[in-house]
Design a protein around this ligand. Structure first.
Ligand SMILES: Nc1ncnc2c1ncn2[C@@H]1O[C@H](COP(=O)(O)OP(=O)(O)OP(=O)(O)O)[C@@H](O)[C@H]1O
Length: 338
């Protein structure tokens, strides 16, 4: 996947890679809260094997999109298609849509209509994992326990939903050992193995953020959704996060969709960037394309007339604003105490 990460279009197709091989398609998504249209007729694709960033000013609708994708909200309208296996699988998507079913599996492939599925099915069957803007670890449990709890479903299956677990039947013991191996693997990846036995709440903020990502990865997701993973991190921790997300994409075959205000993270690691403003898409392309899009610049600065913008200077301003915003977020309830 990584090898393809810098090529926007597969040779000779003229179609962006994320449109040719989307792991996730958000199609005509609308979410209304009473009279407020938080997201209006939004469509975009998340490419298989890509890091995709969803960005936009405060209140643009990013978290609402995440909540629809992960089953926390039922969209007012629209379809959200998750695909296991390559390609668009158009016929399977048509079949499952018409059938009224929630998903259809065929061999290694599968099509899942997330707007029809409850959140636990989205995580266990469609293989979509998420982290939250405000950290949601089990603070009183140890670091290791947090990663084992994430694999609870797998262990329940191994116990046959009986007291097989308590009795230590061989199948369960094997599954339990595999769960510990996986937890240890991810603790190594996020550099927390030496903290495995401490309470999660006692970790510094940046380490808690890494633990959240490790916990999500212990569910073996095909798509990892991260809500502001760099919020409150210092520059060194931000650089470590970039490396971790690249490793997740390249070595673990997991696609990543992230909401992020820190433009240094977005521009450095994203293969694809989608920009929202007032619940609608205003730009969609590579980081480079989006960075130079006057509509994006105008949205971030609240400028009405794009013709008045002196682009290079404004880009500098955007960078400062993004930095300021990230710092401000860290002080306003998105930090460890939140
Ligand atoms: N549960 C809700 N009930 C009512 N309005 C909501 C709800 N959730 C979000 N909204 C509104 O929908 C709009 C989009 O909010 P959302 O949180 O999705 O934006 P965002 O882009 O994630 O913002 P931020 O960057 O500040 O987190 C906002 O006007 C918000 O007030």
């Amino acid at each position: 996947m990584a090898a393809a990460a810098n090529e926007t279009m597969p040779a000779g197709t003229g179609v962006a890679r994320w449109d040719a091989d989307p792991i996730l398609s958000v199609e005509h998504l609308t979410m209304r809260f009473g009279g407020l249209v938080a997201v209006g007729d939004l469509s975009f694709n998340v490419g298989r094997g890509d890091i995709t960033a969803l960005i936009g000013p405060n209140g643009a609708g990013k978290t609402t999109v995440f909540n629809c994708v992960t089953g926390f909200y039922k969209p007012t309208e629209g379809r959200i298609v998750m695909r296991h296996g390559p390609g668009r699988q158009e016929e399977a998507v048509r079949e499952v849509t018409a059938s009224g079913l929630r998903w259809q599996r065929k061999g290694p492939g599968g099509v899942y209509l997330l707007e029809r599925m409850p959140d636990h099915e989205i995580s266990h069957k469609a293989k979509v994992a998420r982290t939250f803007q405000n950290i949601r670890l089990f603070g009183g449990m140890t670091v290791l326990e947090n990663l084992l709890v994430a694999q609870h479903n797998h262990l329940m299956v191994a116990s046959g939903y009986t007291i097989g677990g308590i009795l230590g039947l061989p199948g369960f013991r094997k599954a339990e050992a595999a769960s510990i191996d996986k937890a240890v693997h991810w603790l190594e990846q996020v550099r927390l193995l030496d903290r495995a036995d401490v309470a999660a709440a006692s970790l510094p903020y940046g380490a808690q953020r890494r633990l959240e990502i490790a916990r999500a990865m212990c569910t073996d997701p095909q798509l990892l959704c991260l809500d502001e993973p760099a919020a409150g991190l210092n520059p060194r921790e931000s650089a470590e996060l970039n490396a971790l997300l690249r490793l997740i994409r390249d070595a673990h075959d997991t696609s990543v969709l992230l909401i992020e205000h820190d433009m240094s993270v977005v521009m450095e690691i994203s293969d694809h960037v989608v920009v929202l403003d007032y619940g609608v898409k205003i730009s969609d392309g590579t980081a480079e394309q989006v960075r130079n899009d006057p509509k994006v610049i105008a949205a971030y600065l609240g400028v009405e007339d794009e013709d008045e913008i002196d682009v290079p200077e404004v880009q500098e301003d955007i960078h400062h604003i993004a930095e300021h915003q990230a710092g401000h977020d860290g002080d306003s309830g998105k930090g460890p105490g939140a």
